[in-house]
Design a protein around this ligand. Structure first.
Ligand code: PMP
Length: 387
């Protein structure tokens, strides 16, 4: 008889997003509001820099931490755009997407039995990467009435002697919630006092609407305890290039670099050249795409509220998180019925944690026409429900 595989892996649940879209893919005429990636193609001047790098023989490994020129561009961008200060040589590591950075952060920090606080609802990769590192995810509930922000008393309550870290994501996938500087000011003393690490997934930083992006790494008194994760997928429409990075104190950065050096060696070289161009000359493209996202958000939130699905105005990302409790259906029932009757695919809120129940996630990384058509169908679905 064969030996069993790792039970931790065996117990991991498949992503609730994938499960649903596998079903949608088997049907004809489905209109999706499900994906978590920009509908825009990568701006061409960024692609060109990658092509140029290949045509000039830049087809080899880079330094384990990534090209120094890229790390310098990353640190410069973070200083100017986000008022965060990091050293390109000792505190910066280029990774295979933000995804690798999340995994490295967990593996570098967590020892078996450590608790890691996750905000619920949250991005689907957090709990599995904690479990794979031997840690225990401890979900804390985010509430709609608080616009899905992290509240200081809730955090204080969740911290125990076993808490090693917390992972947060603002602007947030799936809720679109953001934290302001004033919101963070209230939790900084708790983080300082407890000594826990905070992995701050800031992959949607550039997609902050209506207000300035804020980060815990802007507070000197806790900066040493913060790991900032970011990448090129969302802001620059570069999901397929698989490039991200993590900024942290030098000790944690070299710990993560050790793991990265053994399992990855170095992130893809062509993508790194593309990323240098993105950071140096791509901001205008980002701002153009952002304007489009904001127009779509306004249309979508307006329509959803008008048809009776209570929806907070999100201040970041390209997701909205409508409350569907009024329909009397669970998140799964709502999405299944909507797919079955009107062929619109959304993601049930409980795919992002148990406190996502009663909500659905809608992505607006689609054209205005696509969004309008989907809204018409959802409206018809709701009026048939109440008949
Ligand atoms: N964090 C969040 C919150 C995300 O939504 C995603 C992508 N869906 C990632 C990290 C991973 O992005 P990537 O690996 O493409 O950088």
């Amino acid at each position: 008889m064969r030996k069993p595989i790792n039970p931790v892996v065996e117990k991991l649940k498949p992503s609730g997003i994938r499960k649903f879209f596998d079903l949608a893919n088997t049907m004809q005429g489905v209109i999706s509001l499900g994906v978590g990636e920009p509908d825009f193609d990568t701006p061409w001047h960024i692609c060109e820099n990658a092509i140029h790098s290949m045509s000039t023989g830049k087809t080899h490994y880079t330094a384990n931490r990534g090209l120094l020129e890229l790390r310098q561009a990353i640190c410069e961008f973070h200083k100017v755009r986000y008022h965060q200060n990091y050293d390109p040589e000792k505190e910066t590591l280029v990774t295979v997407g933000g995804s690798e950075a999340i995994d490295l952060a967990m593996r570098a920090l967590v020892t078996p039995g450590d608790e890691v606080i996750v905000l619920d609802p949250n991005y689907v990769a957090y709990a599995p990467t904690i479990e794979l590192a031997g840690g225990i995810p401890v979900p804390i509930e985010l509430k709609e009435e608080h616009e899905f922000k992290l509240m200081p008393d809730v955090l204080q309550h969740a911290i125990t002697d076993k808490t090693k870290a917390m992972i947060i994501n603002y602007p947030s996938n799936p809720t679109g919630g953001v934290m302001t500087k004033e919101d963070y000011e209230k939790i900084v003393p708790i983080i300082k006092e407890s000594g826990i690490y905070v992995i701050s997934d800031e992959i949607y930083a550039e997609l902050s609407f209506d207000q300035d992006f804020a980060s815990l790494a802007q507070f000197d008194e806790v900066k040493d305890q913060i790991l900032v994760i970011n990448g090129f997928s969302k802001a620059f429409a570069m999901t397929g290039w698989r490039l991200g990075y993590v900024l942290s104190n030098a000790e944690i950065s070299s710990a993560m670099t050790k793991i990265h050096q053994y399992v990855i060696m170095s992130a893809p070289t062509q993508a790194q050249y593309a990323a240098i161009e993105a950071l140096r000359h791509g901001l205008e493209d980002v701002l153009t795409m952002k304007k489009d996202y904001m127009n779509r958000r306004n249309l979508l939130v307006n329509r959803l509220n008008r048809m009776g699905l209570k929806t907070n105005m999100p201040h970041g990302t390209f997701y909205v998180f409508p409350n569907i409790q009024k329909t009397g259906l669970t998140s799964d029932e709502f999405c299944e019925k909507l797919l079955d009757e009107e062929k619109v695919a959304c993601v049930p809120g409980n795919a992002f944690g148990e406190h996502g129940e009663g909500f659905i996630r809608i992505s607006y990384a689609y054209s205005i026409d696509h969004i309008k058509e989907a809204c018409d169908r959802i409206e018809r679905f709701l009026s048939n429900l109440t008949k």
